[in-house]
Design a protein around this ligand. Structure first.
Ligand SMILES: *Cc1c(COP(=O)(O)O)cnc(C)c1O
Length: 456
């Protein structure tokens, strides 16, 4: 179809929102490795997992075979409040770059939480409510997940307890107030409300906290309080399942105009937006129906795919969670506090790790200042102030589009614009003042953290 005929924004109508999630695992020959019980090193059984997670979510976590999972009507109804999200043709950016490439992005920042995390938060809150629970606990780093979960718990009238990484709690008071407005209780982590928090505080009294530590605290609280379960906003198979709504919508929108992306790009923290965006495309690739180049982008300061190891590791710092087989920098790896955005988790989704290991996707890492240069150009041309996390994907989309300018190739690029950056203005301030620095861990830093991997 001719270029002019594709609109700036491809919207689906409300009744074109997908009514089932797509489970990519059904099409994987090598399934992601199971979670292991850290005590026995045997695969976690449903029964064991149900002590931590909601029953229905455990089923989804363990289900490697069901290709499509119906989205319950209550969740579909909530999705209609902010979905479908637009698939946007970045005409202004293309013009600015002078590239023959066609650039599209799927924008997930059009809701109060400001990111794609709401897609899974609402699902997890729904299943907790359906099970008759009192509430859920979780951790939050940058704050998007905590916000999304607070909104979802308010909707279903569930108690919501959020362990917030201490440095974010102090640096992002705005986020905290949004969550409190939705009724959540926020605890800076590490805290003395849990045994593991007390232990970490004793060992590292001046710690800024980390996601891994906040996870340990949230899990401990949930497993020691009647009527509570723990929920997680990334990494897990169930989260990638819920996030498949991103890719299903994007594909439906592009299919309407006969557009097939050559390159699909997403930022990767724990892997949920990327896993969701690529799901239907990767499904075609796995079934041999179509080929796509798929690129995961991670920060140079926390390079799980590009410098980590594919091994069983803990998901948390306090060693209370099951072991997951994934690309990891080691659960004791502490990402530099000068790194602005999220994407600071030491591990990666087991699904994406397996796909990367099997050669179905690529990964690259980018430095912080280069990311913000891309964010600035994007804001000035496309008008959206992007989240720092999302800007990792923008960076690589720009680089690929500039390569096309050199070669004259008219490639089609699709990337995930996961959220907006209104709560990241401290980082923008550093960038604008020219005081932002790039931190790259040394080989020794990484070796040291990897040497503490559990022996499995
Ligand atoms: C949480 C977050 C990410 C990274 O998480 P994934 O699970 O890797 O998707 C990316 N962008 C935004 C805006 C986020 O809030």
């Amino acid at each position: 179809m001719a270029k002019e005929q594709i609109p700036y924004k491809i919207y689906l109508s409300e009744n074109e929102i997908p009514t089932s999630w797509y489970n990519l695992r059904a099409d994987m020959k090598n399934k992601p490795a199971p979670l292991l019980n850290p005590g026995t090193l045997q695969p976690m059984t449903a029964k064991e997992l149900e002590g931590v997670f909601c029953e229905e979510l455990v089923k989804q976590e363990l289900d490697n075979d069901t290709r499509f999972v119906d989205i319950p009507k209550e969740i579909c109804d909530f999705y209609k409040m902010y979905r479908p999200s637009p698939t946007v043709r970045a005409y202004c950016l293309e013009k600015e770059l002078g590239t023959p490439a066609h650039i599209y992005y799927k924008f997930e920042g059009n809701n109060t939480s400001g990111s794609h995390k709401l897609n899974s938060a609402i699902a997890q809150a729904y299943y907790a409510k359906k099970q008759g629970l009192k509430g859920v606990t979780t951790e939050t780093g940058a704050g998007q997940w905590g916000t999304a979960l607070s909104m979802s718990c308010a909707y279903f009238k569930l108690d919501c307890r959020v362990y917030m990484v201490k440095i974010s709690y102090e640096q992002k008071p705005g986020r905290k107030e949004v969550m409190r407005t939705y009724g959540a209780s926020i605890v800076p982590s590490p805290s003395n409300t849990t045994e593991v928090g007390k232990r970490i505080l004793q060992a590292f009294p001046n710690t800024n906290g980390s996601l891994g530590c906040a996870i340990s605290e949230a899990v401990e609280y949930a497993t020691t309080h009647e009527g509570y379960r723990y929920v997680l906003g990334s990494v897990l198979n169930q989260v990638l399942l819920h996030q498949s709504i991103i890719g299903l919508e994007a594909k439906a929108a592009l299919d309407k105009y006969g557009v097939k992306p050559d390159i699909i790009i997403g930022c990767a923290g724990g892997g949920s937006n990327l896993g969701g965006l690529i799901a239907p495309f990767m499904g075609e690739k796995l079934r041999g129906e179509n080929d796509y180049r798929i690129i995961a982008v991670e920060p140079a300061s926390c390079p799980s795919f590009t410098r980590g190891k594919f091994a069983y590791d803990f998901c948390d710092t306090g060693y209370v969670c099951p072991l997951a087989k994934m690309y990891t920098l080691g659960s004791q790896f502490m990402p530099s506090p000068n790194h602005a955005g999220g994407l600071r988790f030491h591990g990666m989704s087991s699904i994406l790790s397996q796909l990367y290991h099997d050669g179905y996707m690529e990964a690259t890492s980018v430095e912080q200042t280069k990311v913000f240069e891309a964010a600035e150009l994007f804001a000035r041309t496309e008008g959206i102030l992007p989240a720092p996390e999302s800007s990792h994907a923008i960076r690589v989309a720009l680089d690929e589009a500039l390569k096309c300018k050199e070669t004259g190739e008219e490639k089609t690029i699709l990337f995930g614009l996961t959220g907006t950056g209104y709560f990241d203005l401290k980082a923008y301030e550093q960038f604008n003042n020219g005081t932002m620095t790039d931190y790259i861990p040394t080989d020794k830093d990484i070796e040291e953290a990897l040497s503490k991997l559990p022996k499995v």
